[in-house]
Design a binder for this molecule. Sequence first.
Ligand SMILES: Cc1ncc(COP(=O)(O)O)c(C=O)c1O
Length: 361
Amino acid sequence: MHLSRRVPVGSANELARLRAKLLTDGVAVAELTDTNPTNYGLADERISDILARATTTCYEPDPRGLLSAREALAARFGGEPGHYWLTASTSEAYSWLFALLGDPGDQVAIPAPGYPLIEPLARLSGLEVGEYRTFYVARGWEYDLDSVAAKAAGPGMRALVVVNPNNPTGALTDSDAAAQLAAICAEHGLALIADEVFLPFSDGGVPVPADFTLDGLSKLLAAPGLKLGWIKAPSLSREAAAALDVVADTYLSANSAVQRALPELLALADDTVARVNARLRANLDALRAAFGPRVRPVQGGWVALVDMGEDVSQRLLLEEHVYAHPGWFYGLDARTLVVSLLPSPPSAPYDALRRVARPDS
Ligand SMILES: Cc1ncc(COP(=O)(O)O)c(C=O)c1O
């Protein structure tokens, strides 16, 4: 059977192999990579009852999703119900947009360092990625606008993705930067896609005005298992909206019960965001107490970057049985560790981090 080149089955990297070996040997490995909120009791207990009440065998297919669900989204996030398309996840929303905007071999510009799933999503849609750079300067992240402009001018470039705040850098895109990115997109005829799944978990971040904004319940309700995401596209031409309807109608993938439950589910969001933000703050305080300025400023998101002075990930795993992603997983320096801010405090793995850290020189 021929298998597509778009789905390479990669072999596990050395660190993942070592972790698998420890687990096979019966060693308990603490995960500092884990940003699954359901492992830390962060989702609202009322979700199950709400879903049970919403369960239905009734099927009312609409390419954009159930009107009552889209009305609830418009009430919370602005715009009109017709500006929303419901998907099974934010990841799926990316795929729909890539299918909408590009032909095989076309390109999409994505941030580096950045969220590693965007490249495979683009690849599965037959698109290639061009990475534009952001730089860590004076304890903050800045867009390299020359790099953005160079990528935007590339052959077959169709869209530019902004992740606000970015994962894993935690960097927000302020309105000046957003305006500059929008101008570059306008100059080159690119669609601007803003992934804002972490925006409620940020320090005063504001939405990036974009052609398409992606969000979902994975982060907003700390409930990735609900499998509901959405695209907000308030300014699409009639033709583009009709084309997105075609993509959506091909899949009709959002589950009926979660769509019916959405108005009630969204009413839980503020509590959930407050609970998760309290957890993030407590863990960030603990990390800062242990590592001081080695913890990079976090403007938003669920992870912190800790500068360890050297790549400690193997030693951390083998000596302390703690698994954390080295920065190179995300296009960062290997000496930077990407640490989840979700574990229930006090987090013993944070103490392990301190033991393997090289003293400040
Ligand atoms: C920046 C970013 N976008 C999207 C997603 C995926 O969200 P979903 O679970 O809705 O596919 C994640 C998941 O971690 C993420 O970090």
